[in-house]
Write a protein that binds this ligand. Sequence first.
Ligand SMILES: [Ca+2]
Ligand SMILES: [Ca+2]
Length: 258
Amino acid sequence: MTRTLSPRLALSAAALLLAGALTPGFAQADAIRVSMTVDNSYALFLGDLNGATSFVGSDGNWPTVETYNFNLSKSAYIYVVTASDRSVAQGFLGQFDNLSTGYTFYSQDPQWQVMATGLGLNAPYSGSSADLALLSQEIQDANAGGNPSQGWTGFTAGGNNGSSPWGSMANIDAAAKWVWYGGGNCDRSNPTQGGCDAGEWLVFRIAVAATPDNPNPDTPNRVPEPSSLALGGLGLLMAAMARRSKAQDQAPASRLKA
Ligand SMILES: [Ca+2]
Ligand SMILES: [Ca+2]
């Protein structure tokens, strides 16, 4: 005896699946909280392997830490566009908490990649279609091994949160380190110190599905490691960013130039 699903029942099941997948906060998307700052400025985007699809926020004041919350699927990427003033110091400092799994990682975790566009000023710092297109084009160029950094490469870690000239940044663990790209005329051993141009603007990125054993899950030779997702992401669709909490922390009492 054979049984077939009635057309009506099949349609209902499909509709339910679709509704679940499209609902923000869908149970399998992970809630991520990011607290970060950049010396001197950044824009935070979400996207996939081949481009940026949504703008989260930006800031150009290094003494403040900004906190953002959003839900991400396993296939998502976080992109951080950065630029400096080529003066005193430069760096990206951040803490990323997966509120769904309790996993925390920092700006210096090895799953991060960085690339230098060499385009200079006018980095994409908004959610305009032109900025999303520009960033996506540079991402695709880097995916193909282009740009001054010859594709995505490694960053160089500098001092911990609390180190000079910045001092301690609120809402970020002391274990987090300032990082930058050791390109251009920067000190290769510690590009966060001394004003320099690493081939800006730069783009940092991390795959939600990245793990310490498999930092680049979408590269052709990947070996899937589904058991220990760095962000623990299990969602099917990016549920997009939710809100930027204005928990902008106070600047240190003495505002050093950096
Ligand atoms: Ca800031
Ligand atoms: Ca600077």
